[in-house]
Design a protein around this ligand. Structure first.
Ligand SMILES: [Fe+2]
Length: 189
C-alpha cells in the first residue's frame, strides 16, 4: 500500500455516499484497514514529526481530512472538538481518550475514558469533545479521519486549567497542550 492507494480508498468510499452517511463509509474503510496496520504505517512513514498539525496531514478537502497523528510519551491534548465527525485508527502504541459533553454555555462534563491500542477504532460525532494522551513509553501513532477540512474549520478548545472555552487558534494551541501534558491527568477525570 502507498499513500495514494490509502487516500483513494477513503475518497472512493466517501464519494459514493450522502454527506449524512460519509462517516459510516470512512469507518468501514478503517475497520478493513485493521487487517493491514503495518501497511498503513508504512504508507505514512514519510510523514515525520509529531502532532496532528498541517505537516502530518496528507489529504485535506472541504469534506474529508486524513492525518497521521503521533503523540509521544507524556503528550496530552487540551480538551478540543473537531468541528465535524472524527475517527481514529490506532496503528501502534496506545492512547487514552477522555470524552466530554459540552453544555449550552460551553461548560464541559466528563463522560468516560477509552483506552485504544493498535487496531482500535474510535468514532466521535461532530458534537464530541475529547482529550487524547499517549499511554506508555512508545508513541501512539494513529490514522485520523475527519469529515471536513479539520485544519480550517471553526473549532473550539478548552483551557486545561480553567476549562474556559475559546476558539481553536493554532498559535495558542501549543501552550495549552503543554499545560495539559504537565498535569497529572485529563481535566475532570
Ligand atoms: Fe482530537
Amino acid at each position: 500500500m502507498n499513500v495514494a492507494d490509502l487516500t483513494a480508498r477513503f475518497l472512493t468510499a466517501v464519494a459514493g455516499e450522502d454527506e449524512k452517511y460519509a462517516h459510516k463509509a470512512a469507518v468501514s474503510v478503517m475497520n478493513e484497514l485493521k487487517d493491514d496496520l503495518d501497511g498503513v504505517a508504512g504508507a505514512l512513514d514519510y510523514l515525520t514529526g509529531s502532532g496532528g498539525n498541517a505537516l502530518q496531514a496528507f489529504y485535506r478537502a472541504p469534506n474529508l481530512s486524513l492525518l497521521k497523528v503521533r503523540f509521544p510519551d507524556g503528550r496530552r491534548t487540551p480538551p478540543h472538538n473537531h468541528g465535524t465527525w472524527a475517527a481514529i485508527l490506532v496503528l501502534s502504541g496506545a492512547e487514552k481518550n477522555s470524552l466530554y459533553t459540552r453544555g449550552e454555555d460551553g461548560t464541559l462534563s466528563y463522560e468516560r475514558s477509552i483506552e485504544l491500542t493498535a487496531g482500535s477504532v474510535l468514532f466521535m460525532p461532530a458534537d464530541a469533545v475529547h482529550v487524547a494522551e499517549c499511554l506508555g513509553d512508545e508513541p501512539a501513532i494513529g490514522l485520523h479521519v475527519y469529515g471536513a477540512n479539520v485544519l480550517g474549520v471553526e473549532r473550539a478548545m478548552w483551557d486545561p486549567d480553567s476549562l474556559a472555552e475559546q476558539p481553536l487558534d493554532w498559535s495558542q494551541y501549543e501552550g495549552l497542550a503543554q499545560r495539559a501534558s504537565a498535569a497529572d491527568k485529563a481535566p475532570l477525570t
